[in-house]
Design a protein around this ligand. Structure first.
Ligand SMILES: *Cc1c(COP(=O)(O)O)cnc(C)c1O
Length: 333
């Protein structure tokens, strides 16, 4: 039986010091339209403006800076749905460390190109994250590379947690925080940071109906596998790892509720972000807004929605904001 390990508020504060001058402190903006709709102040944390286009740059940069010299010299390798790879590639390039990213065939082309553009090697393997992971395991075993996973790693969680510090410091009277949920590195860090300062804040996770691994695992009482399916929230795909060490226990303990969205609700989130907030946000980044628009979030007081990433294919984005009924499952077969 593996013992789960919680990330402490002290580790998150240490990550913030390590990342000062490395990451961008992203803006918090009120949303008049969503506030009117919810009947309470709704604020948006614009993390899609982070370097590399998503919050993943925080965790990747922190993990990279926590490595010793031997770990850095060996180079880093990771499996990714796109944004962790891009964040890690950028962080590694900045630190002069070799980087290899293994991805499944489901990852959109724009994300593959962006990671190559950051100077990393990309290997496409299989139809799922788990199949891509086999290649990562081989590079670790045969070439001695250092694996930096996308979510279930203490330094990654602590890095994502710096977002939580920025949120609660920007709006100390916060009552509800709505955050994307996939492997759970993001929400674990954010919840640990915020609840250490203000335990009463409600933390709500949002996943998509198509392949919500953490949701299924919480229901089962232990990590379970779900079938990975194409979705507009492509950055939320993938399992949580059957040998999950940190995020499953942290999510179970710290997250108050999990909401699932269908594809039309995700598209509505993207559309709202563009038309009403003038923000270009990818499907995964917009599920928090989609959840509020769908009436799934009980808003009692000041509520912050995270926009977690902006790395969407611009042709797909154009079709969604023009109101086309886009179903990525039908297109990819
Ligand atoms: C990775 C990612 C998430 C989910 O983060 P987890 O730590 O896996 O829960 C949400 N939004 C975007 C844009 C991401 O890239």
């Amino acid at each position: 039986m593996s013992v789960s390990v919680f990330i402490t508020p002290g580790e998150i504060e240490a990550a913030r010091e390590r990342l000062a001058g490395v990451i961008r402190q992203t803006p918090v903006e009120p949303s008049p339209v969503l506030s009117a709709r919810a009947g309470a102040p709704v604020l948006l944390k614009l993390e899609h403006h982070q370097f590399s286009g998503s919050f993943k740059f925080r965790g990747a940069s922190n993990a990279l800076r926590c490595l010793n010299d031997a770990g850095r010299a060996a180079g880093v390798v990771a499996v990714s749905t796109g944004n962790h790879g891009r964040g890690l590639a950028r962080a590694a390039a900045g630190a002069g460390v070799r980087c290899v990213i293994a991805m499944s065939e489901l990852v959109p082309d724009n994300k593959v190109a962006a990671i190559r553009g950051e100077g990393a090697d990309v290997l496409i393997r299989g139809r799922s994250q788990d199949e891509a992971q086999v290649e990562v395991d081989r590079l670790v075993a045969e070439e001695g590379m250092t694996m930096l996973p996308p979510f279930d790693h203490p330094a990654v969680i602590a890095g994502q947690g710096t977002l939580g510090l920025e949120m609660i410091e920007a709006v100390p009277e916060l009552e509800t925080v709505v955050v994307q949920l996939s492997g759970g590195g993001l929400i674990s860090g954010v919840a640990a940071a915020i609840k250490a300062r203000k335990p009463g804040v409600r933390i709500i996770g949002v996943s998509m109906e198509r392949g919500a691994a953490m949701y299924a695992s919480l229901a089962a009482g232990h990590p379970v596998e779900v079938e990975e399916q194409p979705t507009l929230a492509d950055s939320l795909g993938g399992g949580i790892g059957l040998d999950n060490r940190h995020t499953f226990a942290m999510v179970r303990e710290l997250v108050d509720d999990v909401v699932l969205l269908d594809e039309a609700e995700i598209a509505a989130g993207i559309r709202h972000c563009y038309r009403e907030e003038r923000q270009i946000v990818e499907g995964s980044g917009a599920v928090t807004v989609g959840a509020l628009l769908a009436g799934r979030i009980a808003v009692g007081g000041p509520t912050m929605l995270l926009l977690s990433g902006g790395n969407i294919d611009m042709e797909l984005h154009r079709r969604i904001i023009s109101g086309e009924n886009v179903d990525v499952a039908g297109e990819r077969g």
